[in-house]
Design a protein around this ligand. Structure first.
Ligand code: APR
Length: 317
């Protein structure tokens, strides 16, 4: 069987971590494309030279030519500007739409059978645009947001309860914006509802709710929190890890259930838009969307988040 091939479009902060993680996990051969001459070549050479130290053996190539992504099984897109302090993800739409247009054309022409995972922001709009331009089936074009948003939520819960993050389960739905929907009702520590643990900890329902509300708020603003600290760009380790998790599930047909920005055709009451929902990711990309009943409060939050996604997508020229 031929080795798998992963193409990274964008060799900036996230692109570099993606390449290193893909190599460390030996997911396949990796090619990094960027428009800046020397940048992808330099990064890939740098990573390739520690194969003997880290114990990986795969071909790593940096390029400024789309021809090199030929035969890619999975393409991960990070091309585009990151935010600076004070900016929302949506502020990037004009400049990143132009970049995404050229990127999607390159993917369509040179990796027509690939699965595409978009990371560039504003995520929900960039995935929509990428699918439109490539014309790939919806199951082959997805966005990374929910794995990271959920991971952030899990982290805050673990810190609050003083338990291992490995035993925390939690998920966010909706768009990758300030209106995302962290699902409090389903947050658990090995199945034990987090709210119950908070109520035990504080012996006070109101205080437990206040603490949870603060974690939900921090999750929604977590990307901005990192931007404010870094000042020169946005989070890059965590989006890279999250997208690699999705790529691995597809490449190895793991059928992981991961919150994914996927095209909805009526699920959760949404038709014709890309929104974050739990998906089974396997060798066919999105193999299933796991729909479940939302309560009235969750549905209202979902509706608000979807409305924001619709407005964002509608604002694209
Ligand atoms: N084609 C390919 N690469 C491009 C193009 C293009 N048309 N235009 C810009 N790039 C490259 C840049 O040269 C740069 O190397 O995209 C890379 C982006 O890297 P960074 O600026 O370091 O940004 P990064 O932190 O990696 O974030 C990338 O992901 O999470 C989102 O909001 C974030 O939109 C941003 C994207």
């Amino acid at each position: 069987m031929a080795r798998k091939k992963i193409a990274l479009i964008g060799g900036g902060q996230i692109g570099g971590v993606l390449a290193q993680l893909a190599a460390l996990r030996e997911l396949g051969d990796v090619v990094m494309f960027d428009i800046v001459e020397g940048l992808p070549q330099g990064k890939m050479l740098d990573i390739a030279e520690v194969g003997s130290v880290d114990g990986f053996d795969c071909c790593l190539k940096g390029t400024n030519s789309y021809e090199d992504i030929q035969g890619a099984d999975v393409v991960i897109v990070t091309a585009g500007l990151p935010r600076k302090p004070g900016m929302s993800r949506d502020d990037l739409i004009e400049v990143n739409s132009k970049i995404m247009t050229s990127v999607a054309e390159g993917i369509k022409a040179h990796a027509p059978n690939s699965f595409v995972i978009v990371i560039s922001n504003p995520l929900d709009a960039m995935v929509t645009l990428c699918q439109k331009i490539t014309g790939f089936p919806y199951n082959r074009v997805i966005g990374q947001a929910g794995v990271l948003d959920s991971a952030r939520f899990k982290t805050f819960i673990a810190w609050e309860l003083g338990v291992s993050v490995k035993d925390v389960n939690a998920m966010t739905l909706g768009g990758h914006g300030d209106d995302m929907v962290p699902l409090v009702r389903y947050a658990s520590v090995n199945g034990i509802p987090v709210m119950e643990l908070l109520e035990k900890k504080y012996k006070d329902k109101a205080k437990a709710k206040e603490v949870m509300d603060a974690m939900v708020k921090r999750t929604r603003g977590a990307g901005g929190e990192v931007v404010a600290l870094l000042k020169t760009g946005s989070a890059f380790y965590s989006p890279a890890s999250s997208a690699i998790c999705m790529a691995e599930s597809i490449l190895k047909d793991q059928k992981r259930v991961l919150p994914t920005c996927a095209y909805l055709n009526g699920e959760f009451g949404v038709k014709g838009f890309y929104v974050g929902v739990p998906c089974v990711l396997g060798e066919n990309g999105v193999e299933a969307i796991l729909e479940f009943e939302l309560d009235a409060e969750e549905q209202a939050m979902m509706d608000k988040s979807v409305a924001a996604v619709k407005e964002l997508v509608g604002s694209m020229k």
